[in-house]
Ligand binder design. Structure first.
Ligand SMILES: [Zn+2]
Length: 143
């Protein structure tokens, strides 16, 4: 069996939720299957969705390595995941959602608080903005 990192993103997501709670920030829904990609966290009023992407499953440029066993199958599986990520962002953005995608590896320590601040800032500044279709953060690596 290839050594494939388990879904570490789940515990990472748990830490993000805890940090948000500590900051007094409440999300509307978690893993909302009614939205494309079932975003990890949804903030309905602010039209903001957050995804925490596992470095393996979403092919983080810093940490992803194709497993040696079944390399071809993994490559096509991971490529399909990345195509789906791009499609999901486009679908959500076209419906007026702001999409924040965060790498699992960004969430330890400082990164966690930076992401909480990005979310807090978005929630508070939302009213001053017109309908935002901006894709923030991870967008540059999603080609
Ligand atoms: Zn990574």
């Amino acid at each position: 069996m290839a050594r494939v990192p388990a879904s570490g993103a789940r515990s990472t997501e748990g830490r993000l939720r805890a940090a948000l709670r500590a900051r007094g920030i409440r999300w509307t829904r978690a893993n909302d299957a009614r939205l494309p990609g079932s975003p990890d966290l949804t903030f309905s009023a602010a039209r903001l969705v957050v995804f925490v992407d596992g470095c393996f499953w979403h092919a983080c440029p810093l940490h992803y390595r194709t497993p040696r066993t079944n390399a071809r199958r993994w490559r096509s599986k991971i490529a399909a995941n990345r195509r789906r990520d791009v499609r999901v962002v486009m679908l959500l953005a076209s419906r007026g959602w702001t999409v924040l995608r965060v790498w699992e590896h960004e969430l330890p320590e400082d990164g966690l608080y930076r992401v909480v601040e990005i979310i807090a800032d978005h929630l508070h500044s939302r009213r001053r903005r017109e309908a935002s279709k901006k894709v923030v953060h991870r967008s540059e690596v999603m080609g």
